[in-house]
Each structure stands twice: as structure tokens, then as C-alpha cells.
Design a protein around this ligand. Structure first.
Ligand SMILES: Cc1cc2nc3c(=O)[nH]c(=O)nc-3n(C[C@H](O)[C@H](O)[C@H](O)COP(=O)(O)OP(=O)(O)OC[C@H]3O[C@@H](n4cnc5c(N)ncnc54)[C@H](O)[C@@H]3O)c2cc1C
Length: 309
């Protein structure tokens, strides 16, 4: 892991920086590149601009590790209202939620209830609930909660991280159970005992896992295979494999983050792939933004540029 990436990820987890970093005006200005705004309406307006290009949207209200129960309830209520508003607006926009924002650090059962309530509302609305994956100590409990919710609702998928050694086995189980998977490389600082340290190894593992996700034989109808990446050569490799394997072009579903690889999003739509852009909003954006900087340390220049602009 590069030194810069380690430093940025350490900053993202620093308690003082988490509560004060977002008050720095130049960081706020630079973060706008990845967030259309802090309000739900900003997200909705951004989703609306993607629609004419054939790009779908997903949304997340930034926040994690809530430390009091009323906040977890508030966030759950917010997502319920958001699903209703999206349904009323007729926009295809899928919620993507972090279990620790719904109270996982406080009470697993109550967090399960919050997730279940969201899955139920999404089901009624014909929508789909994505559950994000956080640091490695949360993986077991997140998968457990996902499987319990999937036992009641089929409109639920979970993120898996290609950098974790365990993901090959986790994918196998989820695929067998027909639980949707959004495969990503992984955004957190992890020990080398649990996660691959070399980027080339992570990239290769992503491709190997992608091949397993696209394998037609024994694939339950409800298994949704999604690739959450901005890695253009990797996506091209997956598309080429899909074509060889006889998977229809739209069967390659790629999710990207708002503000990254916009030209590639349009190219993929032209190719017939399904493209969805995850739009983030909310006021607690600092750790999330630091992870975006860590993914591409060159982004730090944008922060410095906005300091001197
Ligand atoms: C829809 C979605 C959901 C996600 N959910 C999770 C989750 O639940 N848990 C989790 O751990 N991680 C999540 N991630 C983040 C993911 O783990 C990676 O950290 C992130 O996607 C960067 O990896 P990459 O696959 O784009 O490849 P990389 O090899 O990092 O990047 C490939 C190329 O994409 C561009 N790029 C990538 N990131 C940036 C950036 N920040 N700024 C500018 N350009 C960039 C660059 O051109 C880079 O060369 C999610 C990502 C997406 C797209």
C-alpha cells in the first residue's frame, strides 16, 4: 500500500479529523467533485441528469458508525422517506446503506430490524436494497444480516470486496443462495493477514471473481452480478469474457461513483451494458471523501488547487 494511501486512510479513521475535517473550506470545495450537494434533493436532481443518457442511479446518505440510537432511527426514517419520494418521482434509484449507520455498533438485532424495514419498503416500491461492506471485522455480521433479510425479501444485494482473501468463499455461498453481489476492490485499511496488499493481486482477484459471478451454469435467477469499479481495462476484460461466455451485453452491470469516469459510463451504455451511478449526499462526508482521495492520491492535488484557487 502506498504511503500516501495509508496516511489518507488513517486520516479517514481519525476521530478528531472525522468531526473537524469537513469544516475546512478548501476540502469542502474539493469534495464537490464527488457530491452534487449535501441534500437529498441535490442527489435527486443529479439522478435526473443521468436519466437521458440511459444511466441509472443509486444513492447513499453519507454516515457511518453512529453512536446513539435516535440517530440510527433517524437515518432509517430518512431512507424510508427517500424510497417513497423516488417512487413518486418515477426515477430508478436504488438505496445503498451502511449497517453501522443503521446502528450495527449499538445493537445487531435492532440494526437487523432497520435493514428489514428498508428491504420491505423497497420491495413494495419495486426497488432494490444494496448493503455496503465496511471494515473486515464487520464482514461476518453483515453477511449474516443480509442472508436473514434475503430469507424474507429477494430484492437485497450486498457488497463483497475483492481484496479480502475470504471473498472467494463468501461469493460462492451468496451466489448459491441467489443473493445479489456488488463486487468492489475494497476501500479500507486492512491487515495483510486478511487482505491482499498488492494492487495487481486485487485486480486479478477481481477478474477471477467476476468470471465466477458471470458463470451461467447453476446460477439462480435472483443472483444479480454487479461490478462496482472505475477500472476501464478491467471492465473491458470482463466484457470480453462475458461475450465469449455468451452473456448478453446488458448482463454486465457496472456501478460507478458520481463524478468518476463519466466518459466511460457513456461508452458502456453505448455498448449495451447496464450502468448505475452511486450518488452520495449528506453532511457527514469527510471519512468517505478521504477514502476517495486514497483511491487516487493524485486527487490530493485537487484539494491543494482548491486551497490556492
Ligand atoms: C458503486 C460502488 C460502491 C462501493 N461500495 C463499497 C463498499 O461498500 N465497500 C468498500 O470497501 N468499497 C466500496 N466501493 C469503493 C471500492 O472498494 C474502491 O475503493 C473504488 O471503487 C476504487 O477502486 P476501482 O475499482 O475504481 O479501481 P482503481 O484501480 O482504484 O481505479 C481505477 C481507475 O479509476 C479511476 N478512479 C478510481 N477511484 C477514483 C477516485 N476516487 N477519484 C478519481 N478517479 C478514480 C482512476 O482513473 C483509476 O486509475 C464502492 C465503489 C463503487 C463504485
Amino acid at each position: 500500500m502506498s504511503v500516501m494511501r495509508s496516511v489518507l486512510l488513517a486520516i479517514s479513521e481519525n476521530r478528531w479529523m472525522r468531526s473537524h475535517g469537513q469544516n475546512l473550506w478548501f476540502v469542502r470545495r474539493a469534495a464537490r467533485r464527488f457530491m452534487p450537494g449535501v441534500e437529498f434533493d441535490d442527489m435527486l436532481a443529479a439522478a435526473d441528469t443521468l436519466r437521458p443518457h440511459g444511466i441509472h442511479a443509486a444513492f447513499t446518505r453519507l454516515g457511518e458508525n453512529v453512536s446513539d440510537w435516535p440517530e440510527a432511527e433517524y437515518v432509517t426514517g430518512h431512507y424510508l422517506g427517500a424510497i417513497d419520494r423516488i417512487t413518486a418521482a418515477g426515477i430508478i434509484c436504488e438505496p445503498s446503506v451502511k449497517p453501522t449507520q443503521l446502528g450495527l455498533d449499538l445493537d445487531t438485532e435492532r440494526c437487523f430490524e432497520n435493514l428489514r424495514t428498508l428491504a420491505a419498503r423497497a420491495k413494495t416500491a419495486g426497488n432494490y436494497l444494496w448493503i455496503d461492506m465496511e471494515q473486515s471485522p464487520y464482514v461476518d455480521v453483515t453477511l449474516e444480516l443480509t442472508k436473514r433479510i434475503r430469507a424474507q425479501f429477494d430484492n437485497v444485494g450486498v457488497c463483497l470486496q475483492a481484496y479480502l482473501y475470504r471473498t472467494t468463499n463468501d461469493l460462492k455461498t451468496l451466489r448459491e443462495q441467489g443473493i445479489g453481489v456488488r463486487l468492489v476492490k475494497g476501500a479500507y485499511k486492512e491487515a495483510s493477514s486478511v487482505a491482499m496488499a498488492k494492487k495487481a493481486d486485487v485486480d486479478e482477484n477481481f477478474f477471477t471473481l467476476a468470471v465466477a459471478m458471470l458463470e451461467p451454469s447453476g446460477r439462480p435467477a435472483s443472483f444479480r452480478a454487479v461490478f462496482g469499479t472505475h477500472d476501464v481495462p478491467l471492465i473491458a476484460r470482463i466484457q470480453a469474457h462475458a461475450e465469449r461466455a455468451g452473456v448478453a451485453a446488458r448482463g454486465v452491470e457496472v456501478h460507478m461513483l458520481y463524478g468518476i469516469q463519466r466518459a466511460e459510463q457513456l461508452r458502456l451504455v453505448k455498448d449495451g451494458a447496464t450502468v448505475r451511478v452511486l450518488i452520495a449526499y449528506g453532511t457527514f462526508w469527510f471519512p468517505w471523501y478521504m477514502r476517495r482521495l486514497a483511491e487516487r492520491p493524485a486527487n490530493v492535488w485537487f484539494v491543494l488547487k482548491s486551497l490556492f484557487a
